[in-house]
Design a protein around this ligand. Structure first.
Ligand SMILES: C[S@@+](CC[C@H](N)C(=O)[O-])C[C@H]1O[C@@H](n2cnc3c(N)ncnc32)[C@H](O)[C@@H]1O
Length: 325
């Protein structure tokens, strides 16, 4: 089985059914993620060999992953007021960093209305509601004008999007010339997976409502094919795999919390259980080397005639379509 073909592991429902399933998953797990991981719905980042410690250290690790991606993509060089599209914004944890310390203006999109509402609440509480707006909207039909962003940020959302060619085309469309694409994503090892690895990967996809994984090399190929330049990726598997250690990822709930899980499944639907299955499956996936994780950066070529005018300075238009959730 070829790991890097985006259709290699068809697990979650396709088409409109996929988006509805992703929306339902994040609507029904919002409080579980927030209780456990705080405002970040993504891995933590540690030095290789470092282990998760106290709750505060774990929170610091998820903050750190955001800073690592900012640095890898060079977004720390963006001027204050730069416009960033956050594709798959969750409850706004990363966006609050981009809008707060970095002073960017962030438009976040998520399929989950509950997440968008929570993210807007958190932006207001953090005093950045004027710079961070969150919408319930599909990343591939986001309604923003051409060339209206200085950066597109997609942290752990691309695994949920079946048509990654369309994702890169859409990022290219909304970026201004010279704009930067920054991706952090779950991925798979490039090349063949054996039957056992395939089984683990397939279970992860099913429980996490993801249609397929691509390898980091495949992301690079797709970015180049879409016309991006300065494309690079880095493998952070050894930095993030600790995220699934018992204690951090609540893996022990599988042993101790069966009645709680039964109640949740009854009240919210059985898909909510994917939240609990992720830990042991991801530990296994990383241990076998089949599951990987990395960051990708890419740049939209500057216009031939000079000026790559910042989208902020160009007075980028407000999105067509809905109001912020
Ligand atoms: C694992 S969470 C990551 C959230 C956030 N980026 C973070 O790091 O905290 C995945 C997010 O991707 C969003 N997502 C998945 N597919 C999407 C799509 N087609 N359009 C918009 N958002 C999408 C989900 O709604 C969810 O907010």
């Amino acid at each position: 089985m070829k790991a890097n073909a985006s259709s290699a592991y068809p697990s979650a429902p396709a088409g409109a059914g996929l988006n509805a399933a992703v929306e339902r998953y994040y609507d029904t797990t919002l409080d579980l993620y927030e209780d456990l991981w705080g405002e970040h719905v993504h891995h933590g980042f540690w030095d290789v060999g470092e282990r998760p410690g106290s709750d505060a250290e774990r929170q610091a690790a998820t903050d750190r992953l955001v800073r690592e991606l900012v640095a890898f993509a060079g977004l720390d060089r963006l001027p204050a007021g730069a416009r960033v599209l956050d594709v798959g914004c969750g409850i706004g944890g990363p966006a609050l960093h981009l809008a707060g310390p970095l002073g960017c203006v962030v438009e976040g999109v998520t399929l989950s209305a509950a997440q968008a509402a929570r993210a807007n609440e958190k932006a207001a509480a953090a005093g950045v509601a004027d710079r961070a707006h969150f919408h319930q909207r599909d990343a591939l039909a986001n309604g923003f004008p051409d060339g209206s962003f200085d950066a597109v940020w997609a942290l752990e959302s691309l695994m949920h999007i079946a048509d990654r060619t369309a994702f890169f085309a859409e990022a290219m469309r909304v970026l201004r010339p010279g704009g930067v694409l920054a991706i952090g994503t779950w991925s798979v090892r490039d090349g063949e997976l054996n039957a056992e690895e395939h089984k683990v990967v397939d279970q992860i996809l099913r429980h996490q409502v993801m249609p397929s994984f691509s390898s980091l090399e495949e992301h690079e190929r797709l970015a180049v094919a879409a016309g991006f330049t300065e494309v690079a990726f880095t493998d952070w598997s050894a930095n993030v795999a600790n995220s699934w250690e018992p204690g951090f990822a609540q893996v022990r709930e599988l042993d101790n919390g069966r009645s709680m899980m039964r109640d949740l499944a009854r009240d919210r639907g059985v898909d909510v259980l994917g939240f609990f299955y992720a830990g042991p499956l991801m530990l296994k996936g990383f241990a076998t080397g089949a599951v990987t994780y990395g960051a990708v950066r890419a740049t939209k070529p500057s216009a031939a005639t000079g000026a790559a005018e910042p989208a902020a300075a160009a007075g980028a238009a407000e999105p067509a379509g809905d109001r912020p959730a």
